[in-house]
Design a protein around this ligand. Structure first.
Ligand SMILES: *Cc1c(COP(=O)(O)O)cnc(C)c1O
Length: 371
């Protein structure tokens, strides 16, 4: 039989999501889900929407949701596009702003700036996959060893950064490091880039500062937000982008007609009606995060300062991968990335206080006996 699959797809290494195992009593600290459920109002709104109306198509552009978000962020409705999770919008941005360079160039650094997708490493591991799927070249530039972002001057001196890249993704605060970047540095970077810059703010609700102002100020900048992490809504898949209406319009042209499902729209609208509930949750997560960071540091871990709902921690003693296995045997799941920049580290999602207390007890036991 002839091979029916495009060579690019045959070669493609797909994105690997964190596991979702069904193990009883498992403490799941591996995919940055919120440990607290959506508010009662959100659950009720979804339940109320489940009836004969399921036969109807949802609003194609999530209009009521865009109106509410526009009021919340002080921008125009035309500056917002909703997606099936922010992942979909990152994929749409790839397709709208970058020329595929052809399969030969996929995954290779090319000099054609119209087909270059650029990002720092380590950051969100979906970006290289999006570039590869599209057949675009990728330009990966290392963060500083402490995971801070190099200044524009340092990037110019380094000579590796492409100021003409068609699309630049910046995760801020960053994953998996948890590090927040300086607004001044981000502003300077947005100003210096000729192409589109997407500031991926999936974790911003756990941070001290946000970059919406940059999306409203620079015509080449979009901010990506999601209801998944901070708003406990991973299951429903709702995210959005804010920025220049011309860029938003380009994305609207290529999106699926009904890209955000109806119950997702209902859930996200009800979420925006109950923000105080969520803001209280952010504070709980932040308090637990700071306790976990302090206690792990006392136990000999090196913990990166985090402005997200996870921490990056370098364990003492055995290699990080062995810690992953030992914790798993104790029914605690964390994340380890087999990447040179972070292979000595564990990424630990902030759970409830009880879950984190159990994690800390297990860590203490493991430190006492040889693993
Ligand atoms: C989780 C995550 C997303 C995707 O969120 P969805 O809205 O669930 O698709 C995007 N960017 C980063 C950095 C993330 O961690």
């Amino acid at each position: 039989m002839p091979n029916l699959i495009r060579p690019l797809v045959q070669r493609l290494k797909p994105y690997v999501p964190g596991e979702q195992p069904k193990i009883k009593g498992l403490i799941k600290l591996n995919t940055n889900e919120n440990p607290y459920p959506p508010s009662d109002k959100v659950i009720k709104a979804i339940q109320k929407a489940v009836d004969g109306r399921l036969r109807l198509y949802p609003n194609p552009t999530s209009e009521p949701l865009r109106e509410k978000l526009a009021r919340l962020h002080g921008c125009k409705v035309e500056q917002i596009i909703l997606g099936n999770g922010s992942d979909e919008l990152l994929a749409l941005a790839t397709r709208a702003f970058t020329e595929p360079a052809g399969q030969v160039a996929a995954g290779k650094v090319r000099t054609n700036p119209a087909s270059t997708i650029q990002y720092f490493v380590p950051s969100y591991s979906l970006y290289p996959v999006l570039a590869d799927i599209h057949g675009a070249a990728r330009n990966e530039v290392a963060l500083n060893p402490d995971f801070s972002m190099p200044s524009v001057d340092a990037l110019r001196r380094g000579g590796r950064w492409d100021f003409k890249a068609s699309l630049t993704f910046v995760t801020t605060p960053n994953a998996p490091s948890g590090t927040a970047y300086q607004q001044g540095d981000l502003d300077a970077l947005c100003q210096a880039q000729k192409g589109v810059v997407v500031l991926d703010e999936a974790y911003v609700d756990f941070a001290r500062e946000h970059s919406l102002g940059l999306a409203l100020k620079h015509s080449n900048v979009l901010v990506a937000r999601t209801f998944s992490k901070a708003y406990s809504l991973c299951f429903q898949r709702v995210g959005y982008l804010v920025g220049n209406p011309e860029l938003v319009e380009a994305l609207n042209k290529i999106k699926d007609s009904y890209n955000v499902n109806g119950l997702g729209q209902v859930a996200a609208l009800a979420t925006l009606e109950d923000l105080p509930y969520y803001r209280a949750n952010f504070q709980k997560v932040i308090a637990t995060r700071d306790r976990l960071s302090r206690e792990l540091t006392t136990l000999g871990f090196h913990v990166q300062p985090s402005q997200t709902n996870f921490i990056l921690a370098r364990p003492p003693g055995p290699p990080a991968q062995q810690w992953l296995e030992s914790l798993r045997k104790n029914r605690i799941l964390v994340r380890w990335f087999n990447l040179p920049e972070v292979k000595d580290w564990l990424r630990i999602t902030i759970g409830t206080d009880r879950e984190i207390s159990r994690l800390l007890r297990t860590v203490k036991t493991l430190l006492k006996k040889p693993q």
